[in-house]
Design a protein around this ligand. Structure first.
Ligand SMILES: [Mn+2]
Length: 288
């Protein structure tokens, strides 16, 4: 008898969303396979006794999520089978059935894990958007287009994905949307400031107001860094926003050529990151 499957992923970016759709297709699971959407930093609430409610007797597939070993073990205790597909450095040390490659995105990693051969344009773009948009502004129109399909609650995601896997075509209007987005970014970046924080860490920083919450962080950071006479003038670019009564969210970016460790920097504030991107959250604003 076939076991019931459950997918664990997150809704916050295209890699988590498209990764879930692609997994259903590659693993030949029904489009409506049960999915537990977990938020980064809140994964602990799904383990312990609550794992019994959703994991017992199931085949569990964890996608694009660096869960803790404790999380993995608890799920494994109740589930029929657990597999992890991820590209975050935190997943490298997980003991269990896994496919982890930090040079890929989860979408591109799934494509090769299922032996699908050379990746089609959709898979290549999804990988680049996830790991390299800080360097390549021309990816923005593709992100805006793919977000309009996969970040929305619509029922035809599988059909759209299959069509794009077969023949990737981006509607013309995304050139214009990209240009408008760049113009808004240029206006925002006018307000960027230089600051020194924590033992001489030099940053270029800008606050993103409510109305600009949709602007892409990689593109804002790329624009701030590109405007500098020399990127050696700073260690990082920071884009932040305030959530009233909750706190301050800081997104950190740098070009790969910049020498400071972004991962160490974000960790020192209790956050996390990888080579060129990371974030942390504070109750009080940074002293700048
Ligand atoms: Mn990812």
């Amino acid at each position: 008898m076939k076991n019931k499957s459950i997918i664990i992923s997150h809704k916050s970016d295209i890699d988590g969303r498209l990764g879930r759709e692609l997994f259903c297709y590659l693993a030949e699971l029904p489009v409506n396979t049960e999915t537990l959407w977990i938020e980064y930093g809140k994964d602990e609430q799904y383990i312990g006794e609550t794992a019994k409610e959703w994991a017992v007797g199931k085949d569990v597939f964890i996608l694009d999520f660096a869960v803790s070993q404790g999380f993995f073990n608890t799920v494994a205790k109740y589930a029929n089978n657990v597999q992890l597909f991820d590209h975050h450095t935190g997943s490298m040390k997980i003991q269990g059935t896994k496919v982890v490659d930090t040079n890929e995105s989860t979408v591109s990693l799934l494509w090769s894990a299922f032996g699908m051969g050379p990746p089609p344009k959709l898979v290549k773009l999804a990988r680049l958007i996830d790991i390299d948009m800080i360097h390549d502004r021309s990816l923005l129109k593709h992100k805006l287009f793919l977000d309009s399909i996969f970040m929305e609650d619509r029922d035809d995601k599988q059909e759209q994905m299959l069509q794009l896997l077969d023949n990737y075509q981006i509607p013309e209007k995304y050139e214009l949307l990209e240009r408008e987005h760049f113009e808004r970014v240029e206006a925002l970046v006018e307000k960027a400031k230089f600051a020194s924080i924590e033992e001489g860490v030099r940053v270029v920083i800008v606050e993103r107001p409510e109305a600009d919450r949709d602007l892409d962080t990689d593109i804002v950071a790329n624009t701030m860094l590109s405007r500098l006479d020399s990127v050696s003038d700073v260690d990082f670019a920071i884009v932040y926003f305030t959530i009233p009564n909750v706190g301050f969210v800081y997104s950190v970016r740098k070009f790969a050529s910049m020498p400071s460790s972004l991962e160490e920097f974000t960790k020192s504030f209790g956050g996390g990151g990888r080579e060129t991107a990371g974030a942390f959250r504070l109750d009080e604003p940074l002293d700048i």
